[in-house]
Design a protein around this ligand. Structure first.
Ligand SMILES: [Zn+2]
Ligand SMILES: [Zn+2]
Length: 167
């Protein structure tokens, strides 16, 4: 079973990362606002073509703001979005598993009572005519056996002794 808190931590950190990257992207893009004309293919500076350009080549969108020249910036955002989506799917699956695990546990508690009630009653029919006493001892028995139904019925006579000791 996947660990739900770990997945949730991963979602949180990926979401934080996405916010940072998106902010950077927007800030960079705003540099391109109102700019017209072609950019140098290498330096991404406006006003000239590559021929004769002696500027350094632009390696980062935060320099030029030209998102069309830097597909990697958009890719980073899309990859993070995909990662978050996948993690959210994992989270849903893990929480579903946790839910059914809890249900199964609950069911096994119910089945302990269902199986052990008649077995315990048989050990002392007279005393266990009183349903309240029977239920009280069943709860004790469940603790004693740690919610595990004992397989051997031939040792059921010991149950009364055990209950006596734990009372
Ligand atoms: Zn240039
Ligand atoms: Zn650039």
């Amino acid at each position: 079973m996947e660990n739900l808190p770990i997945i949730q931590t991963q979602i949180k950190s990926a979401t934080d990362q996405l916010e940072i990257v998106c902010n950077q992207y927007e800030q960079a893009s705003s540099k391109a606002n109102g700019r017209r004309g072609k950019l140098g293919t290498r330096c991404h500076q406006p006003g000239h073509y590559r021929a004769g350009c002696s500027n350094l080549s632009c390696m980062d969108m935060s320099n030029c703001g030209a998102s069309e020249k830097h597909p990697e910036s958009k890719n980073e955002i899309m990859e993070l979005q995909k990662l978050i989506k996948d993690l959210q799917k994992k989270e849903a699956k893990a929480s579903e598993e946790l839910q059914s695990f809890k249900l199964a546990k609950e069911r096994s508690v119910n089945s302990f009572f269902a199986v052990m009630r008649p077995r315990l009653r048989r050990q002392n029919e007279g005393c266990y005519v009183d349903k309240f006493t029977l239920d009280k001892d069943l709860i004790l028995l469940k603790k004693i056996f740690n919610n595990k139904i004992p397989g051997d019925t031939w040792r059921d006579w010991e149950m009364l002794l055990l209950i006596e000791c734990y009372r």
